[in-house]
Design a protein around this ligand. Structure first.
Ligand code: BDP
Length: 674
C-alpha cells in the first residue's frame, strides 16, 4: 500500500465479519436518479467489492416496490442542493430495518454523506444491528482552498506538484481529481477553490479564456456535492479586460465584473463565487483607488448576486513593509483594525475569511479577536492544513489538538459560552453564511500528503467542519481504523503518537508563543533572527535582558484590548497570561517566573531538551510497530520520523545556544554545548 487510498482503504481484516456484512450489502437499490446518487452507488459498490469481494447488484426501483440490501432514497425531490449551502439539505438518516439499510435525506448530497458514514462504520468493523443515525453538519460552509499555481507549483505545498495544473495548463487527469473529490466528500467538504489566493497573470484568465477547463473540473466536484470557487485577481479589469482602472466605484469596472460573472454562470450554473486576497502582501485591491474593503467586496458581490454567487474576502491584510524599530505598529492588530470598523457594511453575499490567529498559522498563537467581534458580518474561520510553520509534512504535527483549542475558545463576545465553534456555526449571530475554510495539504505525491500521517490532518479538518465538538480521541481512532486497521498494539501506539505530536513540535521550536524563529521565505528550520530586523512585522525583541512582544494596553501595542473581557484582562496581565502565550503578549526578563514556577530561560532550555526526547520516544514507539502495518508505509513513515529526530536536535541546539549567548544564564542541569 502506497498510501493512495488514504482512509478509503476498503479492506476488511476480519474474515468472520464478511458474511455478516455481505448479508446487507448484496443489493444496492435507489429510488431517484442524479449524478450524486450515481456517485454514491458507485462508491458503495467499489467499497463492497474491496471489503467483501462481491459485486453488489445495483438497481433502480419505484418507491412502493419491496427491496433488500442498501436502499438510497430522497425524502423529497429537492435534489439540486449544490449551491445553497443548506444544513437541512445535508441531513441524512441511516436506519437498519430487517435485512435492509435505508439511507435517506432531503438531498442527494445527504445520501452521499450517509453512504460514506455507513462505510466508515463497516471499515471500523462495527455492528450495524439496530442502526438508527441522524446526522446534520454543524457548519454550513466546509471549504478547502487549494494554493495551486498553474505552472504546477503549489504555494506552501509539501507533497509534490499540483494535481490540477502543469506548464500553465490543466493536466486533465480526471481520475486523480475525482479521487480527491471522493476523499473530500467522504469527510463532508462541500466547497473548493482551485487556485492560489495569489493570482498570477495566467490564473487571471481562469474566469475568462480558461473557463471551459474550469467547467470540466467543476463537473467532477459536482458529482461529490462540492461547489467550485475561483480565486480572482482584483486587477482583472486592467490585466485582462483592457480597462485602465480597477476602481470598484467605476461604472466600467462594475460592468466588466457583471459581464464576467454572467459568462461564468452560463458555463457553470452552480459556480460558488470568488475568493479574494486584496490589499495584502502586494496584491492589488481597492486601497489603490482610495476605497475600502466594503467598496471592493460589495462591488464583486453585486456582480455575483443575480446568479446566487458569494464573495469570500480574506482578512489577512496587514502592512508587510513595517519598521521593526517602531513597536507601535503591531501586525497582530491588523485584521481587527481593518475589518472591525466595517462590521455590518458588507453585502449579504460577502463572507469575511479570518485566519485562526492574528499573525499567521504559527504553532501557537492566541485566537484572532476578530472572530466573534464581527456580529453583523458573515464569516469563515480559516485554518491551515498544509504544515507551513509546523514542519512542512517532514515533521509529524497532528493539528487536530490545535484546532480543537481554537474551536473551543470562549470569546465572551456575547457573554460566557460564546465559543468559536458556536459563532462559526451561525448559532450566536444571524449570519447568512458561515463555517470554515482551510488551506489544503495535498499534492501529486502518490500518498497525497508526503508524510503518510499528514493525511490525518485533512481527515480531521473535514470531520471537525462537520462537527467541531467531536471527541478528539474518537475522531483520531476513526482515522486510524480506516487507514491502518484495528490491531490493538497499532491503534494504541499510533493514537499516542498522533495526539502528542503538536505539543512535541511546539516544545523544540519557537518558545512560549513567540513564533517566527524560522528561515525566511521557505519557513523551514530554525533561524532565530531570520525575521527580526526585516519588514514583515514578525519580531521577538530578544536582547540581553529579555524577550517577547509587549502587546499590553499600558506599555505595549494595546493589542490585548481587542479581546472581550475577561480575555483582555487575562492576556494583559503578566501574572494571569497563560505560560504558553507569555512571549506573545509580554516582554519579560529571562528570569521572570512563569506560573509553572520555572523561569522563562529555564523553560526554554527544558522544553527544547524534552522536545527532542519526545521525538525519540515517538520514533521508538513507531519502530516497535514493525510488522503491524504494510512494509511500504511503515518504512516511509519511519524515515520521516528519523529525519524529524535529527532536525529536532538542530532546532534545540540553535534556540538554546542563542538564548544562552543572549542571556548569559546557564542551564541548571548544565546540558548546553556552546
Ligand atoms: C502566508 C504564506 C503565504 C500566503 C499568505 C496568505 O506564507 O505564502 O500567501 O499566508 O495567507 O502564511 O495569503
Amino acid at each position: 500500500e502506497q498510501g493512495y487510498k488514504a482512509w478509503l482503504q476498503y479492506t476488511l481484516k476480519n474474515d468472520k465479519q464478511k458474511d455478516y456484512y455481505s448479508s446487507y450489502l448484496r443489493v444496492i437499490t435507489y429510488h431517484q436518479e442524479s449524478e450524486v446518487i450515481d456517485a454514491a452507488t458507485k462508491e458503495l459498490s467499489r467499497a463492497v467489492k474491496g471489503m467483501l469481494g462481491i459485486s453488489p447488484e445495483i438497481k433502480k426501483s419505484s418507491i412502493d416496490e419491496q427491496s433488500e440490501g442498501v436502499l438510497l432514497t430522497l425524502n423529497s425531490h429537492t435534489s439540486k442542493a449544490y449551491q445553497s449551502f443548506n444544513k437541512e439539505l445535508d441531513r441524512y438518516q441511516i436506519e437498519q430495518m430487517g435485512k435492509q439499510i435505508i439511507i435517506s435525506s432531503n438531498s442527494d448530497k445527504g445520501i452521499l454523506y450517509g453512504v460514506f458514514h455507513l462505510l466508515r462504520i463497516i471499515q471500523s468493523d462495527e455492528s450495524i444491528e439496530g442502526l438508527l443515525i441522524t446526522e446534520k453538519p454543524r457548519n454550513q460552509l466546509r471549504m478547502i482552498n487549494q494554493w495551486d499555481n498553474m505552472d504546477g507549483s503549489i504555494e506552501r505545498g509539501y507533497a509534490g506538484s499540483s494535481i490540477f495544473y502543469q506548464d500553465n495548463q490543466f493536466i486533465g487527469d480526471e481520475e486523480r481529481v475525482e479521487d480527491y473529490a471522493r476523499l473530500l466528500s467522504s469527510v463532508g467538504i462541500n466547497a473548493i477553490s482551485i487556485n492560489n489566493v495569489n493570482v498570477h497573470k495566467v490564473e487571471t484568465t481562469l474566469i475568462t479564456d480558461l473557463l471551459p477547463e474550469v467547467k470540466k473540473t467543476a463537473a467532477i466536484f459536482r458529482k461529490y456535492g462540492i461547489t467550485l470557487f475561483l480565486s480572482i485577481n482584483y486587477s482583472s479589469p486592467i490585466e485582462i479586460g483592457g480597462l485602465t482602472t480597477a476602481d470598484p466605484l467605476d461604472q466600467d469596472v462594475q460592468a466588466w465584473w457583471a459581464e464576467a460573472a454572467k459568462n461564468i454562470y452560463t458555463q457553470i450554473p452552480d459556480f460558488g463565487g470568488f475568493v479574494v486576497k486584496a490589499d495584502s502582501e502586494h496584491r492589488p485591491g481597492p486601497f489603490t483607488y482610495g476605497r475600502d474593503h466594503t467598496d471592493g467586496a460589495n462591488m464583486l458581490a453585486e456582480a455575483l448576486k443575480p446568479h446566487g454567487g458569494i464573495v469570500i474576502w480574506r482578512c489577512f491584510v496587514y502592512n508587510c513593509l513595517q519598521d521593526w524599530r517602531d513597536r507601535k505598529t503591531d501586525r497582530a492588530r491588523a485584521a481587527y483594525d481593518h475589518f472591525h470598523p466595517l462590521d455590518g457594511q458588507f453585502a449579504d453575499n460577502v463572507i469575511l475569511q479570518v485566519k485562526n490567529g492574528p499573525m499567521d498559522f504559527q504553532v501557537r498563537e492566541p485566537v484572532s479577536p476578530l472572530i466573534g467581534a464581527l456580529k453583523k458580518t458573515n464569516h469563515l474561520l480559516e485554518l491551515q492544513v498544509t504544515q507551513e510553520y509546523t514542519g512542512q509534512q517532514k515533521h509529524l504535527c497532528y493539528l487536530v489538538p490545535q484546532w480543537k483549542e481554537v474551536l473551543d475558545f470562549d470569546t465572551y463576545a456575547n457573554g460566557e459560552g460564546t465559543e468559536i465553534h458556536n459563532i462559526i456555526a451561525g448559532d450566536v449571530y444571524d449570519y447568512q453564511y458561515s463555517g470554515l475554510a482551510a488551506v489544503s495539504n495535498i499534492g501529486a505525491d502518490l500518498n497525497w500528503t508526503g508524510h503518510d500521517l499528514a493525511q490525518a490532518n485533512l481527515y480531521g479538518y473535514g470531520r471537525l467542519c462537520w462537527n467541531p465538538t467531536l471527541d478528539m480521541q474518537e475522531l483520531t481512532l476513526e482515522w486510524i481504523h480506516q487507514t491502518f486497521g484495528k490491531s490493538d498494539r497499532l491503534v494504541d501506539s499510533l493514537l499516542k503518537i498522533m495526539l502528542q505530536s503538536w505539543e512535541t513540535y511546539e516544545k523544540y521550536t519557537a518558545p512560549l508563543g513567540v513564533g517566527w524563529m524560522v528561515n525566511p521565505h521557505h519557513h523551514y528550520g530554525p533561524n532565530v533572527d531570520g525575521y527580526e530586523y526585516s519588514v514583515w512585522g514578525t519580531y521577538h525583541y530578544a536582547d540581553r535582558d529579555g524577550v517577547g512582544v509587549d502587546r499590553t494596553m499600558e506599555t505595549g501595542t494595546g493589542y490585548t484590548e481587542q479581546y472581550y473581557k475577561p480575555n483582555a484582562d487575562i492576556y494583559n496581565s503578566l501574572t494571569k497570561c497563560p505560560d504558553e502565550l507569555i512571549l506573545f503578549f509580554h516582554h519579560v526578563p529571562y528570569t521572570h517566573q512563569l506560573q509553572s514556577g520555572k523561569t522563562v530561560i529555564q523553560t526554554i532550555y527544558d522544553t527544547h531538551f524534552e522536545g527532542v526526547e519526545d521525538v525519540k520516544a515517538l520514533l521508538d514507539e513507531w519502530l516497535s510497530m514493525e510488522g503491524e502495518i504494510d512494509e511500504q508505509r511503515f518504512k516511509a513513515i519511519s524515515q520521516r520520523l528519523s529525519d524529524q529526530f535529527e532536525h529536532s536536535k538542530q532546532w534545540r541546539d540553535m534556540i538554546n545556544t542563542y538564548f544562552y549567548r543572549k542571556s548569559g544564564i546557564k542551564d541548571e542541569q548544565d546540558r548546553l554545548i556552546y
